[in-house]
Ligand binder design. Structure first.
Ligand SMILES: [Zn+2]
Length: 430
């Protein structure tokens, strides 16, 4: 249904369009902005003047004159760093990261909060998070009015419209009005979403996905999931449950998953599944070298837990059991990715998680399987990369949830100007 648009709606839509082009393609001139968007030069001039007066846009220099010095130089524009900021909360099963991001996705300050017990009350965890937010903001000189909002990435099912956490199996939270709790204490817009969906948004705005409007972020942690962007829109599904690739069947004879079914991807290739297999092999005396490594690790720390980083380190150090286990996990993950490629035909899949941060072992195995198992046409057109954010992927995603609202909020759902693909217009990315 077309409802028509007032002049101010069109103006704010165009303003938001220019902001997004500046984010993805700066430095860029007014002439290029006009030619990509189809807006008139006076419109572009007026909106850029307004954005410069607000301190959001600045001039970065000039283009080289055309024809070796005779032509006119045009001013190149970009977003002014630190002109707007957001707070990101990457809620983790054990570690929660809190950070301040600027308009370009730079992390200006960061803190971590640890949940000491698995059954810590949500309110107790959040009290620590609020304290960490205050401490983070104290460390950076800023005008509170420049903070556009707070984004929270949650490892589980979230009702995005209400900010309610439906279920986070790994945290054990259920029916928590997280958005409302945050809003009670901070006078800011609060956006709550699934953490892996947030990562997809962070990658699109600030990371490896700046050139691709059809991308999937694939994350392996205690669980496995996917964040899906189709034509720059977040695909959430009808009840915000899309992307649960961890609960797709991968091995009918595999172990029982925590969802109750047998042979889910998560049950065979998540960090939890891998660590459990290492633990079982070590305690069963299957591999004496591994047994010694596990004993040494447990006696050198007080948490009494193995981490996925330990397993990766041992595999890279030459332990055959761990190496084969990780290569197997990579093959299962590659099957999951091949399914995503066949279903969504994306341009880009960005893989993240601690399994990939310090080693290419799992990634190489995953990429080879994905290429081999996906149909050739979609497989040929997809790029498969690791995140460039490392451990910061979730935090940057969480902060991006709020910044995305800033970049997109003034646009209407009724697209007035088709979102342009700059690459298709022959422009070389700087
Ligand atoms: Zn499952």
């Amino acid at each position: 249904m077309y409802r028509g648009h007032s002049g101010s709606t069109i103006r704010s839509h165009n303003r938001s369009l220019l902001l997004r082009l500046l984010l993805l393609h700066e430095p860029i001139s007014r002439v290029e902005l006009a030619s990509i968007t189809g807006l008139t030069m006076p419109t572009v001039h007026g909106l850029i003047k307004e954005l410069m007066q607000e301190g959001i846009v600045e001039e970065l220099g000039t283009t080289d004159p055309q024809g070796g010095g005779a032509g006119r130089r045009a001013a190149l524009l970009g977003l002014r760093p630190k002109s707007r900021m957001s707070i990101g909360v990457d809620l983790g099963v054990r570690t929660t990261r809190i950070g301040l991001l600027d308009i370009k996705g730079e992390v200006l300050a960061e803190k971590q909060v640890i949940r000491h017990e698995a059954d810590e009350e949500p309110r107790d965890t959040l009290d620590k998070v609020f304290l960490a937010i205050e401490e983070t903001l104290d460390r950076v000189p800023l005008n509170p009015r420049d903070i556009v909002g707070l984004g929270i990435g949650v490892p589980g099912l979230v009702d995005v419209a209400t900010g309610h956490v439906r279920r986070t199996p790994n945290l054990g939270w259920q029916g928590i009005p997280l958005g409302a709790w945050f809003q009670e204490r901070l006078a800011l817009p609060v956006i709550v979403d699934n953490n892996i969906r947030a990562m997809a948004i962070g990658e699109r705005m600030f990371g490896r996905g700046r050139e691709e409007a059809n991308l999937i972020s694939f994350f392996v942690g205690p669980g496995i999931g996917a964040g899906i962007l189709i034509n720059d829109d977040i695909f959430r599904g009808v009840s915000d449950g899309a992307g649960e690739v961890g609960h797709t069947l991968i091995d009918p004879a595999g172990p029982v998953c925590r969802c109750g079914r047998q042979g889910c991807l998560e049950a065979v290739a998540s960090n939890t599944a891998i660590i459990r297999k290492v633990w079982e092999a070590a305690t069963a005396g299957q591999d004496s070298e591994l047994g010694n490594l596990v004993l040494q690790e447990l006696s050198s720390q007080d948490s009494g837990e193995l981490t996925i980083e330990d397993v990766v380190r041992w595999a890279e150090g030459g332990n055959t059991y761990c190496k084969e286990l990780l290569e197997d996990a990579g093959r299962f993950l590659g099957e999951g990715i091949a399914n995503l490629i066949n279903l969504f035909n994306p341009e880009l899949i960005i893989v993240g998680g601690e399994l990939f941060n310090h080693s290419d072992l799992v990634f190489d195995s995953l990429a080879a399987t994905a290429r081999q198992k996906a149909f050739s046409v979609p497989a040929d057109s997809v790029a498969l990369v690791k995140t460039g954010f490392g451990k910061g992927q979730g935090l940057i995603g969480a902060g991006a949830l709020a910044l995305r609202e800033f970049f997109y909020s003034s646009s209407t759902s009724q697209t007035l100007v088709e979102y342009p693909r700059v690459a298709e217009q022959g422009r070389v990315r700087r």
